[in-house]
Design a binder for this molecule. Structure first.
Ligand code: GRF
Length: 209
């Protein structure tokens, strides 16, 4: 059984969606660790309710970002983690983690990348910018993680019409529904080894019978 680490900084609805798909058998994996940089994060309660160990790591408790990332990397290795799932984690993943888990880290972004991504584009900032710009479609993107915010190869995307949306919050609600749909699908593809990466392009391999 493959072992996942879920990194999250907030309420954890995507974490919950992934756990549901593990429980109903869609994803053949187990969550061996939850990593957060926020001691108040909702994900802590979700992890505890599911018997998943939690590692709370605050950057301010470390001399520099190398030491911070090294501590997380050691926890991943100790927990024998195969894949990392970023479910609303608001910190850039350190180079040593990206190198060690090359093409084994995925992130969900609440917009159609490469639009409305990059540093500072998270949470309501994304949806407010989408609303202000007046685009007719938004959606969610799952991508592999490299050393730049929101720039790794795209795995899955799904769009939703927001033509009649009246606020950023309304867009966020519509997009979240899509996130809960495509993120577990992407986790399954990753765990089942069905992602073939060539440069920026990801090909989804057919299911092995
Ligand atoms: C989601 O909108 C996700 O796309 C973004 O952060 C949010 C996390 O929400 N990266 P939740 O904690 O999973 O409910």
């Amino acid at each position: 059984m493959k072992r996942l680490a879920v990194f999250a900084s907030g309420r954890g609805s995507n974490f919950q969606a992934i756990l549901e798909h593990i429980h109903n058998g869609l994803i053949s994996a187990t969550v061996g660790l939850c990593v957060t940089n926020n001691p108040q994060a909702g994900v802590i309660g979700i992890a505890e309710a599911n018997g998943i160990p939690v590692k709370i790591c605050l950057p301010k408790d470390f001399p520099d970002s190398h030491a911070f990332n090294e501590t997380i990397l050691n926890a991943l290795i100790d927990s024998e983690i195969d894949f990392i799932i970023l479910a609303g984690y608001l910190k850039l993943i350190g180079r040593q983690i990206v190198d060690r888990y090359s093409n084994k880290i995925i992130n969900i972004h609440p917009a159609l990348l490469p639009a409305f991504g990059g540093k500072g584009m998270y949470g309501h900032h994304v949806h407010d910018a989408v609303y202000q710009r007046g685009v007719k479609l938004s959606g969610a993107t799952v991508h592999l993680v490299n050393n730049e915010y929101d720039a790794g190869p795209i795995v899955l995307q799904k769009a939703v019409s927001i033509e009649d949306a009246q606020s950023g919050e309304e867009i966020a609600r519509r997009v979240l529904e899509i996130e809960h749909e495509i993120f577990p699908q992407a986790v399954k593809l990753l765990v089942d080894n069905r992602l073939e990466v060539n440069g920026s392009r990801v090909t989804i391999l057919k299911e092995k019978k």
